[in-house]
Design a protein. Structure first.
Length: 586
């Protein structure tokens, strides 16, 4: 035991070493989910990729009992005894090793009296613990802080490595921690361990599933909108976004009534309503959204302590005569996305790079819906106090930097509907973000009463208060995407060092439906032999600046013309033209 510096308000701080033994030793390849998260861990800052949670401690629990319960969890779950050795020349670990025994440390922060809001305090301690990077080859994957009052544990605030846990896994651990402290026996572990899952994924059947998942992604990448929020103001690849939490007993009652009226599962009703409202606001006919929690829809994975966090990519065509008609096909679309949510992350990113280069698009994961309401409880600090069920309450929280424009986490659906939304403030000022959140409740209330007409003549704006984005006449739909030809010309001109560029929408330009973008680029024939700017080089230069420009789609054809491009550009002498995709250059 060692003594550490005590933070403000803490009367004593000590670090305890807890030893455990009794597990089995194993080793094998990493899972697809682990490989995906390890890639992020090696790339991202620790405070953005590490996760955290707060666990309550029942009254009367002694310190020894709390430490023994933590040790029992380590013996019970292979993930907590896992490290990822890799040599200095390896880009990323490809193997995991499970140790039969070991030790971990727990920092005890003792107080004479805890702050007035102990959950908020514990949340802050847990979040601060995320700031330090986990050593994949060495560290125990939980960074544990026990908050104590006069020597008695009151809360556990922890950060966790995303390489071995996700939010649902922390929920499983939290449930089992409480059961152990209550003296309840735990049932045998029947969920797949990470190594069991890796063996399944590397089997011939697992490889076929991964290939099918990639095919599902490729279809959407080639045909769906490249971004849900392609509009004025949408810029950059990350946004500093405040969080908005809605808690509503009204919403819970409406969701339950809508599920009864339609005969659909509440989760499907909620997902469909969110997709309808998101597509309505974005002015899109298809809602493309990442749905990260889908991987646990199989019983053998539901309570697995491992990281299964991979995106299911949902594409729901919202063109339907009514909400009920859309709901009838939403379940199939969701299950199709869920079935195709296990894949090799490196293969997926190779696919994304290849397909987007060929299409001239940029995949934007800008709409995310994460419903964890049916999974083991997590994020205790976000829970409502017992008996507190407001009819409708909105609370703004701290902001964070996110690579999305609309992220919704659903925490519970009864007895209150509780979800948090992070909406890009450049697109959703506070009033608009609040309208989006309350509009979802209003839509559920309408669906609970009767079927709701959809389509251009539908009453969504009047029902919900959410208005579609107003795009000016310079915006056009090309290849399933909203595009600003002026923005394409500006981006291409900048990528080519200031060359004059004009971009037109033309029939026969090479788009999937024969209608596409043509870029006319001014050139000088006298310098042409020395000029290395070709259609392929122009396309590569534009693709390099495409991230963060959701209204820019690469032209389907690049045409270099003599002199500055001007109307009618096609009448000018053409010096060189091509698709820029390594074919048809002339």
């Amino acid at each position: 035991m060692t003594t550490a510096h005590a933070p403000d308000g803490v009367t004593g701080s000590r670090t305890l070493t807890v030893r455990y033994t009794g597990g089995g030793a194993r080793r094998g390849p990493v899972t697809m989910g682990q490989a995906n998260m390890i890639r992020c861990i090696l790339r991202d800052e620790p405070d953005t990729i590490n996760i955290h949670d707060v666990w309550p401690v029942p009254d009367g629990t002694g310190m020894d009992r709390a430490l023994d319960a933590l040790a029992a969890l380590a013996v019970r779950h292979e993930a907590l005894r896992t490290t990822f050795p890799h040599g200095p020349g390896a880009a990323a670990p490809a193997e995991q090793v499970v140790a039969p025994d070991g030790s971990f440390t727990v920092t005890v922060l003792d107080h004479d009296a805890l702050p007035e809001d102990p959950d908020a305090y514990a949340e802050a301690v847990a979040r601060a613990a995320r700031d330090t990077r986990f050593r994949l080859d060495l560290d125990f994957p939980l960074r544990l802080r026990i908050l104590a009052r006069a020597g008695r544990p009151v809360r556990v605030a922890l950060a966790a490595s995303h390489a071995v846990t996700d939010g649902s896994a922390l929920g499983v651990l939290r449930d089992e921690w409480l059961a152990l402290l209550r003296g309840e026996p735990l049932p045998p572990v029947t969920a797949l361990t990470p190594l069991d899952l890796a063996a399944e994924e590397h089997s011939p059947a697992g490889r076929r599933k991964s290939a099918a998942s990639l095919a599902h992604w490729e279809r959407i990448l080639r045909t769906g909108p490249q971004a849900m929020f392609a509009e004025d103001g949408a810029a950059g690849t990350e946004t500093d976004t405040p969080g908005l939490t809605l808690r509503s007993a009204r919403g819970a009652r409406a969701l339950a009534a809508a599920a009864r009226r339609t005969g659909a599962l509440p989760g499907t009703v909620l997902l469909t309503a969110w997709c309808v409202l998101t597509a309505h606001r974005a002015g899109q006919s298809v809602c493309v959204a990442a749905v990260p929690t889908s991987n646990r829809f199989l019983p053998k994975l539901a309570r697995s302590v491992s990281t299964l966090s991979q995106d299911a990519l949902l594409d729901l065509d919202v063109r339907a005569p009514s909400f009920d008609a859309l709901l009838a096909k939403a379940w199939g679309a969701a299950m199709n996305a869920y079935r195709h949510s296990r894949f090799d992350a490196l293969d997926l990113w190779e696919l994304i790079g290849r397909v987007t280069t060929e299409r001239g698009s940029q995949f934007a994961r800008d709409a995310v819906f994460n419903d964890i309401s049916a999974l083991p409880a997590t994020l205790a600090a976000a829970a409502a106090p017992d008996g507190d069920a407001p009819e409708l309450e909105l609370v703004w929280g701290a902001g964070q930097t996110l690579p999305t424009r609309l992220l919704t986490f659903v925490y519970e659906t009864e007895p209150v509907l509780r979800f948090a939304t992070w909406a890009d403030p450049a697109l959703f000022p506070r009033g608009a973000a609040e309208e989006l959140a309350t509009g979802l409740v209003r839509l559920l209330e309408a669906v609970a009463e009767s079927d709701v007409p959809l389509g251009a003549a539908g009453p969504l704006t009047e029902l919900t208060g959410v208005r579609p984005v107003a795009r000016g006449p310079e915006w056009v739909r090309v290849d399933g995407c909203w595009v600003s030809p002026a923005a394409v010309a500006e981006a291409l001109a900048g990528a080519l060092g200031g060359r004059p560029v004009e971009v037109l929408v033309e029939d026969g330009a090479g788009g999937p439906d024969g209608r596409g973008l043509t870029a006319y680029i001014g050139a000088d024939e006298r310098t042409w032999p020395e000029d290395e700017v070709t259609p392929d080089a122009a396309h590569a230069a534009l693709m390099a600046v495409l991230p963060g420009r959701p209204g820019v789609l690469a032209p389907h054809r690049y045409v270099f013309v003599e002199g500055p491009p001007r109307q009618p550009a096609a009448a000018q002498r053409i010096l060189r033209e091509g698709t820029g995709r390594g074919r048809d250059a002339t």
